[in-house]
Design a protein around this ligand. Structure first.
Ligand code: C5P
Length: 243
């Protein structure tokens, strides 16, 4: 059984009829090449996982972030105007329909499919452009390189939810899923822009109107952060917390 998450609810099985109808076109439309599953003692793939926390403001981390082989960013997080603190390189951007933005030609679009409609939306983006709504209005198309599309397997999202978060919260945050992906495909993982502000709210570096409490939202921000701290203690990752 293939599982995925449906917005606002708990972990749900994908509807298999819709899924099999959708997966065929997906595989014919997008290349199935880059899995980053190679490994060798000589390989040192450095990755910066850049969350959207306001702790990036005045951090001056831009140059350090840009110095990584892979730079993962999430959702609509901008770089323009914030280069000094967040850098300008984006090798991979994790999105879902509701958070999509235009991408540069060299950036990988990494889709996190939370529901079957997200897969259908991705097909539509590059073909008919006729999906304009999910649970809210979404962009019918975005600028993105079709040959650089990557789709996270919903099974990987379930694994992160069950094995790393012990099913706490409704589903893992985008940033947490990308951090887990980085741990699997990178040799060195440096983490930027994660963590709530001192008042316990999830502010963005680019938008001070976002102030969802980490403990009250669909993501158990506190639980995720505890896992991240443990990974840091065990020297699996390095955290850059701002100043
Ligand atoms: O809010 P958004 O999901 O777009 O942010 C991207 C990711 O950055 C989140 O999924 C979360 O993992 C991380 N984040 C954080 N602390 C914040 C804001 C975001 O850890 N204050």
């Amino acid at each position: 059984m293939i599982y995925c998450f449906i917005s606002g609810q708990k972990l749900q099985p994908f509807q298999t009829v819709n899924l099999s109808e959708t997966v065929g076109p997906l595989f014919s439309l997008f290349r199935d090449e880059e899995h980053y599953s190679d490994s060798s003692p000589d390989r040192c793939r450095t990755c910066a996982v850049v969350g959207n926390s306001a702790n990036l403001i005045r951090s001056h981390y831009g140059a350090i972030i840009d110095n990584h082989n892979f730079v993962f960013r999430m959702n609509h997080a901008p770089t323009k105007g914030y280069e000094r603190d967040v850098g300008e390189k984006t090798t991979h951007r994790a999105i879902y329909p509701e958070s999509a933005v235009d991408l540069e030609n060299s950036t990988h679009l990494v889709l996190l499919p939370f529901k079957v409609l997200d897969l259908q939306w991705l097909i539509s983006v590059f073909t008919t452009k006729n999906i304009t709504r999910t649970y809210r209005a979404v962009k019918p198309t975005i600028k993105a390189n079709k040959d650089k599309v990557m789709i996270i397997n919903p099974e990987f999202m379930r694994y992160v939810y069950e094995s790393w978060l012990k099913k706490q919260g409704k589903y893992p945050s985008t940033g947490f899923i990308m951090l887990m992906l980085a741990l699997h495909i990178c040799d060195q993982v440096n983490v930027f822009g994660f963590g709530a502000s001192a008042n316990g709210r999830w502010y963005h570096y680019f938008d001070h109107s976002h102030h969802q409490s980490v403990h009250a939202g669909v993501h158990r921000g506190g639980v995720e952060y505890d896992v991240i701290l443990k990974l840091e203690q065990q020297q699996k990752i390095r955290m850059y917390r701002g100043w």
